[in-house]
Write a protein that binds this ligand. Structure first.
Ligand code: ZN
Length: 277
């Protein structure tokens, strides 16, 4: 099942077209995309029976698949070579921070560059589909509603200022959390633990990796997080970025006025951000 948030309404995506869930289900399911996650098993079962789209899907009109989650988790240093390029040691526990919801955007946007040094981080994003508490890694995928593509844009000067890193704020300027274009249920992937992802700046590929290079896999992250906090339907996990960010380059390379960033995750689709000063 593939779903999208278009104009704040939950849509099923079928062969490039969409079906409005509330209308097609005659009100059995709410139009609010967030409420879909509260009854996700039931929703997925119903969605599997729908075969034809009624309208064209326009990614430019889509919002983030989970736009108002209760909780947002983001994982740092989750690919060995990315930990190396940032100069940090490989973590012996997941490095977890949050991003703030006002930074959320859909897949195709224009982003104002704040003062400082803005960097790209393409990431696989997992959205939780049922309440999870102390879940073992072997069952982690059962708690994932679906996967989407994400950018964890980061202003590196604020991030590195002060005596302790400022991850949450430095990664939450308006438009710094693009997601979409669709949410894809894990069963749609042939190899859900080995998905290609990458991004390019003005047509130059800067990140190109596979999620099997992650230090902590999606189910391992669900297990680790749910051992501490209760995960709720709709919660978001940014699973970390692969190597190739601008701060790891010599000289460093940051986003400039007029740049276009295109990011992709295999089996999901692409994000496009245009930056202006
Ligand atoms: Zn990140």
């Amino acid at each position: 099942v593939r779903l999208a948030n278009v104009g704040g309404r939950l849509q099923l995506v079928i062969d490039g077209g969409i079906v409005d869930v509330e209308r097609a289900s005659h009100g059995a399911f709410d139009s609010d995309p967030q409420k879909g996650f509260d009854r996700f098993d039931e929703f997925q079962q119903w969605a599997n029976g729908i075969e034809c789209a009624t309208e064209t899907f326009v990614p430019e009109l889509a919002g983030p698949p989970s736009a108002t989650p209760k909780q947002i988790f983001a994982v740092g240093l989750n690919y060995r070579e990315h930990a190396d390029e940032t100069g940090f040691d490989k973590p012996d526990l997941p490095v977890v921070f949050t991003k703030y919801v006002t930074s959320f955007e859909g897949p195709v946007t224009r982003v104002a560059l704040p003062a400082g040094s803005v960097d790209w981080e393409v990431e696989l994003v997992a959205v939780i589909g049922r309440t999870a508490r102390a879940v073992p890694t072997s069952c982690g995928w059962d708690y994932v509603a679906g996967l989407t593509a994400g950018q964890d844009l980061s202003e590196r000067e604020l991030q590195r200022s002060g005596p302790a890193p400022q991850f949450g704020l430095a990664k939450s300027f308006p438009g710094f959390s693009a997601m979409g274009p669709v949410l894809v249920t894990p069963d749609e992937f042939e190899y859900r633990d080995n998905i290609a992802l990458g991004c390019e700046v003005n047509g130059v590929v800067v990140q190109n990796a596979r999620t099997n290079e992650m230090i902590y896999s999606v189910p391992a992250l669900v297990s680790y997080l749910s051992g501490i906090v209760t995960l709720c339907p709709g919660d978001i996990i940014y699973t970390g970025t692969p190597p190739g960010v601008g701060m790891g380059r010599n000289p460093p390379w940051y986003l400039q006025n007029g740049d276009e960033l295109r990011s992709w995750v295999e089996g999901i689709g692409e994000l496009r951000q245009r930056f202006y000063a």
